[in-house]
Design a protein around this ligand. Structure first.
Ligand SMILES: O=c1[nH]c(=O)c2nn[nH]c2[nH]1
Length: 265
């Protein structure tokens, strides 16, 4: 896990008057994370983030807001000789599980969960036609294209106004929501003959809201990672465009970027 803690409170004088009296040193915050990781569960990350954020308000009366963000890195258990290895793991993807917790004194906790870096691609089952055309439009319509994106998804939980105890009561929901969101994202991406990135991300969001009653809104940010066919007709008339296209060039940039926030009615 990569943990980031940021504190707000009666500490402006350290900036404006070089008075360090109220600074909770970054090293103190770092040591706190180590101690709390030893004393408390670190999973689900929503719980660990809430324990940390709540601690900073309990420990320091002059701190009014604590921000804790957590990135969980993947370690998949290795399979060796056809069996799960007891103590060996592999980083099988750059995909991350992410959590942002904010504790505000007297207002409880807010939690946002999410996924980042889930890189997916489909070789067909994606279309884009019927969009607005004018003198600036060059993009041809397509009924069959490669679709690839690096998924950034987030879901916002209804506020935990009573604080840490309320989070603890909901603890079973966090892993389930992450598993559901990840499954829904990949299944919808794969199964839908997508008419657009926009519609596909909306269908994903609707299903996540249905699967997690305490989630109030879902956000997706999806870059359209383009793969362009390569005209090879210069080489002895070799056909590699349209329905003959097989060799494609991935485009680093620029790429389309599409964002949506879907909120429960
Ligand atoms: O799915 C898509 N949505 C868009 O808005 C877009 N713009 N260019 N290609 C696109 N594909």
């Amino acid at each position: 896990m990569t943990v980031c803690t940021l504190l707000e409170g009666d500490i402006a004088a350290s900036w404006t008057a070089a008075d360090n009296t109220n600074i909770v040193a970054t090293d103190t915050q770092k040591q706190t994370v180590y101690v709390m990781a030893k004393l408390h569960p670190v999973n689900p990350p929503e719980l660990f983030g809430s324990i940390l954020a709540d601690h900073f308000l309990q420990q320091y009366p002059h701190i009014s807001v604590a921000h804790v963000s957590i990135v969980v890195h993947r370690w998949a258990r290795m399979s060796v000789d056809g069996a799960p290895h007891p103590h060996s793991f592999v980083r099988d993807s750059d995909e991350k599980r992410v959590v942002e917790v904010v504790a505000r004194r007297g207002q409880g906790l807010s939690i946002k969960s999410g996924i980042k870096g889930l890189l997916v691609l489909k070789s067909t089952g994606s279309q884009f036609w019927g969009f607005h055309r004018d003198e600036y439009t060059r993009l041809p319509e397509t009924w069959d294209r490669i679709l690839s994106t690096e998924v950034e998804a987030g879901w916002n939980w209804r506020a935990f106004g009573s604080g840490l105890e309320e989070v603890k009561k909901e603890v079973e929901s966090f892993d389930k929501a992450w598993e559901d969101a990840r499954r829904i994202t990949m299944e919808t991406f794969a199964k839908e003959n997508s008419p657009s990135v926009q519609n596909t991300m909306y269908l994903m969001s609707e299903q996540i809201l249905a699967a997690a009653p305490r989630v109030e809104s879902v956000e997706y940010t999806l870059p359209n990672k383009h793969y362009f066919e390569i005209d090879l007709s210069w080489f002895k008339g070799l056909k590699n465009t349209g329905e003959d296209a097989e060799v494609y060039a991935p485009q680093s940039d620029p790429n389309g970027l599409i964002h949506a926030t879907v909120t429960r009615q």
